[in-house]
Design a protein around this ligand. Structure first.
Ligand SMILES: [Zn+2]
Length: 394
């Protein structure tokens, strides 16, 4: 057999489209070409795959090898197709059997020695492999993320040799289909009970948490605005499995990754006020989710709201209304969900001490009005639930 077909999955926004890796070995001058819109990291995979195959004592065919990653119009990125390409070459050159390959989807980057290295965005792959009833063979480091999906068959592996031995029937790799039982307790050191006094703010937070309202906290520095906001997720209910799956899929796309111990907890994101618009809503030539999507089904906390750039806050307007964000780039478009609870905090006046009992505030009413009208009010106004915190004297 000189043609082999292997299934893998790419990434496009939150979905993981099927990528068919077709390998054809034919007579001719020895060469290897990869077609199907591969990016630099995918083109480099031919060197990794060649070294991995040779270091595993297999034969690298001295023939003309053509690798096609279909569909051709989907950009392919990263080293996630290395394992599929290596198995394709071995199958097309008759070194491993081809009969059972269609039962699997393969994911993983190869080291030069044949070790399997973890890849990103595994959860969307697992969701779709499970729907098709295929077994998912992936690097062991990615196992914890994949088994979060119910009724999936996952085969973790550490080395190309182990994968080949499994496919030829010499040994059998461990098959895992049962996710470890999930903790339904919030496993965090933060606790809303840590907040002493501040009855008005606590009441406001409880109402905001119960009704999923946005909240603006207004108070002098040091009154605990940030501390209270960080504890908001602890009074929110745990996510449903559907919500957790959405939130974890977004985290899986970013460098954050998914922590199986906390995947049912509402996320909490607190970007610094120097954050750029793409950092907040997402961006990049290969669109990646921003802070508002990472906070999907959880809390986005913007401390020192007036310090944020007006243009940055303006981009929040649309996702606040629609609950999702569409990022368009020249060669592709991606849509990410962004239904988050916005908690913002600011000082009541430029010096921060308006209304303080010490009377140290010398700001004029014009200064205060200008400060409050500065740049964020248009964004917040329709969603305003402002409560004032006072100096904590308890
Ligand atoms: Zn002042």
């Amino acid at each position: 057999m000189s043609l082999a077909i292997i299934y893998s999955r790419g990434r496009s926004g939150l979905s993981a489209p099927l990528v068919t890796v077709e390998v054809h070995v034919s007579n001719g001058l020895p060469s290897l070409s990869i077609v199907g819109l591969p990016e630099a990291a995918v083109k480099e995979s031919k060197d990794r795959v060649r070294s991995a195959i040779l270091n595993c004592q297999f034969e690298f065919p001295a023939q003309r090898i053509t690798i096609n990653l279909a569909p051709a119009d989907l950009p392919k990125e990263g080293g996630r197709f290395d394992l599929a390409i290596a198995l394709g070459i071995l199958a097309a050159s008759g070194q491993i059997p081809t009969q059972t390959l269609s039962d699997y989807e393969f994911l993983g980057e190869l080291s030069l020695s044949g070790d399997l290295r973890p890849v990103t965005s595994v959860l969307p792959v697992a969701i779709q492999a499970q729907q098709l009833g295929r077994k998912l063979l992936l690097p062991r480091e990615n196992l914890a993320e994949a088994v979060l999906i119910k009724d999936i068959t996952v085969i973790p592996a550490e080395h190309l040799l182990a994968v080949c031995a499994h496919l030829t029937g010499q040994t059998t790799l461990e098959t895992i289909s049962q996710a470890p039982t999930q903790s339904t307790q919030l496993d965090t050191e933060l606790d809303f009970a840590d907040v002493h006094g501040q009855y008005h703010v606590k009441r406001a937070c409880e109402i905001a948490a119960a009704g999923a309202h946005n909240l603006l906290m207004l108070g002098p520095p040091g009154t605990g605005k940030s501390m209270i906001a960080a504890r908001m997720p602890t009074i929110l209910p745990l996510l449903t499995e559907q919500q957790a799956r959405e939130t974890a899929s977004i985290a899986s796309l970013s460098e954050l990754g998914v922590n199986p111990a906390t995947w049912l907890h509402p996320p909490y994101r607190a970007p610094h006020h120097t954050a750029s618009a793409p950092a907040l809503v997402g961006g990049g030539s290969q669109p990646k989710p921003g802070e508002i999507s990472l906070a999907h089904n959880g809390v986005l906390f913007l401390d020192e709201l007036p310090e944020f750039d007006r243009k940055v806050l303006e981009v929040l307007r649309e996702p606040l209304e629609t609950g999702h964000i569409t990022i368009s780039r020249a060669n592709r478009q991606a849509e990410f969900p962004a239904r988050f609870q916005l908690i913002a905090a600011m000082n009541p006046c430029p010096c921060g001490y308006l209304g303080d009992a010490s009377g140290r505030c010398r700001c004029t009413s014009e200064q205060v009005a200008k400060y409050r009208a500065k740049n964020f009010w248009p964004v917040i106004r329709p969603y305003r639930h402002a409560f004032r915190s006072t100096q904590n004297r308890s």
